[in-house]
Design a protein around this ligand. Structure first.
Ligand code: AMP
Length: 421
């Protein structure tokens, strides 16, 4: 029986891995520039963490989680997102005692049982950043600006930052009543999902993808018009900060998180290059999350981006991901004795950070030369009977075909000198 990977998953093959490594390096470099530290948490958590920390009413928790009972009868879930895990780790490890503010980032795989389509997988990779411990407007701006910086350096320049503010809990509760009153007038025309949400979570009706719902909500009262002066001023400061950094934004009343612990800023990065799944990344402020997870009241703001989608957009823009460096020397060996010599020499070269490869299939001279070409080797180094006798191999420059004798005990210094120039 031949096996296939589970639906919605992918193999990242050697021919594509340089793209991933490129993006991962950019992320790590930028995070260092912004003084973020990496955090790694378990791939699975107790289900309750996500039920509370993301919310049962979200699609992620309500419909998409990979949840199972382990052998001890505990309900376990493969993480569908990271903010809840990061906050759990923050509280559990007493981070607030170490420092008033924590700047954390992650690069990790997530699991959601969704219908696969372009840019949507059942296992995907997210990079994200969280600033926990400060409610300063600067932290909202920093999070948005670091995401933009990562995108730009991956050749992603065309996107919009859609932004909104959902204010504080009390203002939001008042607004929800106003919204309900409006939507009740159109109850019969709403989708069945939205009819249900009118009681459970009316805010989420604003981000419904149903065409009729969209028409109805277009003229609904807006949350921005119902914020307190303080919240509105805060939002204006965030917008001004973005303008000062020349980050273009578009105010979008549909970006609501629909959970009690979210506060103030919410945003999404949207790319037209993505098709139906057009969100590159998104995030917001979650000042109430720590308490929900049993911690002290602690403000926080964060962001997560899909790495697969970033690569899709960069590819579409023909971005030139730096390819893997070609191998420096390919050893051409013709018998047992020359293979022994090549193993010794390649060991020495690798100890000096010079990459090399030897033939591991006892192939013919011609086949080995073909392999050296295929690998884009800078040199081949031929060790035949004559060469063994004289202790000198033939070093062939693979791009111009020139070759010269090179004693076994000189090749290392020759290549090191060349590297230095
Ligand atoms: P979310 O927590 O849903 O806002 O997800 C954050 C980001 O992760 C999104 O903006 C997407 O770029 C990416 N993402 C979410 N779900 C998937 C998925 N099923 N497949 C691929 N990328 C995803």
């Amino acid at each position: 029986m031949r096996f296939q990977k589970p639906k919605g998953t992918k193999d990242i093959l050697p021919k594509d891995i340089h793209k991933w490594q490129f993006v991962e390096n950019i992320i790590r470099n930028i995070m260092e520039l912004y003084n973020f530290s990496e955090i790694r948490t378990p791939t699975f958590e107790n289900t309750e963490l996500f039920a509370r920390g993301v919310g049962n009413e979200t699609d992620i928790v309500g419909k998409e989680m990979y949840t199972f009972l382990d052998k001890g009868g505990n309900s376990i879930t493969l993480r569908p997102e990271m903010t809840a895990s990061v906050m759990r780790a923050y509280i559990e490890n007493g981070f607030s005692n170490d420092s008033a503010i924590q700047k954390l980032y992650y690069l990790a795989n997530m699991f959601r049982h969704e219908n696969p389509q372009k840019g949507r997988y059942r296992e995907h990779t997210q990079f994200g950043a969280e600033i926990i411990g400060s409610d300063s407007v600067s932290t909202d701006i920093e999070i948005i600006s670091l995401a933009k910086e990562v995108y730009n350096r991956c050749g992603i320049n065309k996107f919009t930052v859609n932004i909104n503010s959902i204010g504080k809990k009390e203002e939001r509760n008042k607004y929800i009543e106003i919204l309900k009153e409006y939507l009740n007038k159109y109850y019969n025309d709403l989708s069945s999902d939205s009819q249900r949400r009118l009681n459970t979570n009316p805010l989420r009706i604003l981000d419904s993808k149903n065409e009729n719902d969209i028409k109805i909500t277009e003229s609904a009262p807006k949350i921005l018009d119902n914020l307190s002066v303080e919240s509105r001023e805060r939002f204006d400061k965030v917008l001004k900060g973005l303008s000062d950094l020349k980050i273009e934004y578009y105010i979008d009343f549909r970006i609501v998180r629909g959970l009690d612990y979210y506060t103030d800023t919410t945003f999404e990065f949207i790319s037209k290059d993505l098709g139906a799944q057009d969100a590159l990344g998104g995030g917001g402020r979650y000042d109430g999350l720590s308490e929900i997870l049993g911690g002290k009241p602690t403000p926080g703001v964060g962001f997560a981006s899909g790495v697969e989608r970033m690569i899709l957009v960069a590819e579409k823009n023909n971005f030139n991901f730096t390819a893997k460096k070609p191998i420096k020397v390919y050893f051409i060996t013709l018998n047992e004795q020359s293979r022994g010599i090549s193993l010794k020499l390649s060991n020495e070269l690798r100890n000096h950070n010079i990459s090399c490869e030897t033939d591991l299939l006892s192939r013919s001279f011609k086949a080995q030369m073909r392999e050296a070409n295929k690998l884009n080797a800078v040199y081949s180094y031929i060790i035949g009977d004559e060469e063994i006798k004289n202790e000198k191999g033939l070093l062939k420059n693979m791009s111009d075909g020139t070759q010269k004798e090179m004693p076994f005990n000189e090749i290392k210094n020759y290549l090191l000198k060349e590297n230095a120039n």
